[in-house]
Design a binder for this molecule. Sequence first.
Ligand code: C5P
Length: 286
Amino acid sequence: MAAMRVEANAKLNLTLDVLGRRPDGYHDMRMIMQSVELADLLDITRSGSGELRVSTNLHFLPNNAKNLAAQAALRWWEAQGNASQGLDITIDKHIPVCAGMAGGSSDAAAVLRALNELEGAGLSPAQLARIGERVGSDVPYCVTGGTALAEGRGEVLTPLPPLPPCWVVLCKPEFSISTPALFAKIDSVKLRCRPDTQGVIAALEEQDLVGVARRMYNVFEDALPERQRSRVNDIKNVLIQCGALGASMSGTGPTAFGLFDSEALAREAQERLTGVGGEVFLTRTV
Ligand code: C5P
């Protein structure tokens, strides 16, 4: 096989807790991840050029080794003990960028899955995840996606029962957040509240969508600068007013999202938020 098209799904955090800073500078996490249908589309083609080329439909994204998709290919060849080979990666971005939705990590995971197929290497998802963790903390989760508990840096994964199917409305406000800056800030912030991770796991086991939605929480909301926190809160309030079962922020933000059991209510929320600004999407869980 010489070419493949793969989807790279976005993720949301149903919960996100930061347990503490580690000696290696990373933080220990405890978070429940959920994939959604919103996805980037990647065309991956083996070429005779000997070069690794990345292009995207967004002019401001790196088209060199800084792009996580390219890093994934380089780490792949390193792990296989091969020199880099000719590869063209074309990314059609749909997932908002710098939004807390693992867009770049998901692209990287998609490249690993595609190279595994194209080269007939037959690596297991766990082996792909081990390569992926060298690209970024969210990449191991993105290799398989679904509903999972992520611990450690994010690479220690436990599959969970799937979230009952629902509609998701999400809104990425106009500003972006620096992940390293927010991680640095969280060390000095007094957290007002922690997510009930165990309660969400119990609700997933009972397939209780309302029980999950009501317990969603992300500690990074407390670390946002005041104006940004208030914008995220405004979005969450609109979602709840429109009938969301619960609303939270994803990752280090600033995307806020709500879960709906009614498509009509979700469409109403999408319309109301579209009038307010930012990038708004209606999607479903995977
Ligand atoms: O792993 P990744 O490259 O995505 O992480 C980006 C940055 O986020 C790290 O350099 C670190 O500052 C922060 N981070 C962290 N703890 C984690 C994951 C990320 O402190 N578990």
